[in-house]
Design a protein around this ligand. Structure first.
Ligand code: ZN
Length: 165
């Protein structure tokens, strides 16, 4: 885990600054919660993960399978993905609402404007819903994750579908 989620990555800093500027207050890397969420907003019962697309096996254009040691990486990254889903389910069981902001939402060719990502996340925090997920535009077309957890993603937002705030 230590190696997977480096603290103070740029996407995470973008989220912190953006949410703080809107008046949200949060705690960082809460170890007591499943998966150690990057940001936790106790007031809204919200846990936020800023996930790197490689380590968390996102179906987007930032992700590529390594050319070597393929078996190792399939096991490793597949294990990471399975653990992420378990942690999110455990959080929901404890009454937490879970948001996943993928690296590709803020980085790479398909990225969205920072303000747009923050706006959608803030709207979800205030508006309710069990699950929020945002990545690059392309990741929504190519995602092979959604099918694995489709039952839990009914409230998931996409850049093209949200029009609130
Ligand atoms: Zn991605």
């Amino acid at each position: 885990m230590q190696a997977i989620r480096a603290a103070d990555t740029k996407p995470e800093m973008t989220l912190r600054k953006g949410l703080f500027a809107l008046g949200f207050r949060y705690r960082l890397q809460v170890r007591a919660l499943p998966g150690r969420p990057d940001l936790v907003l106790p007031k809204y019962r919200v846990a936020i993960f800023a996930n790197g697309c490689f380590w968390h096996l996102h179906g987007c254009d930032l992700f590529r399978w390594p050319a070597t040691r393929q078996e190792f990486w399939r096991e490793k990254l597949g294990g990471n993905q399975a653990r992420d889903l378990r942690n999110q389910a455990a959080l929901r069981d404890q009454g937490w609402r879970v948001a996943v902001v993928w690296e590709c939402a803020l980085k790479g060719r398909g990225r969205l404007a920072e303000g747009e990502v923050i706006r959608q996340l803030a709207a979800w925090i205030l508006g309710g819903g069990q699950h929020f997920e945002i990545g690059s535009q392309a990741s929504f077309r190519a995602s092979f994750q959604a099918s694995a957890v489709s039952g839990d993603l009914t409230a998931s937002a996409s850049p093209s579908s949200s029009s609130t705030v």
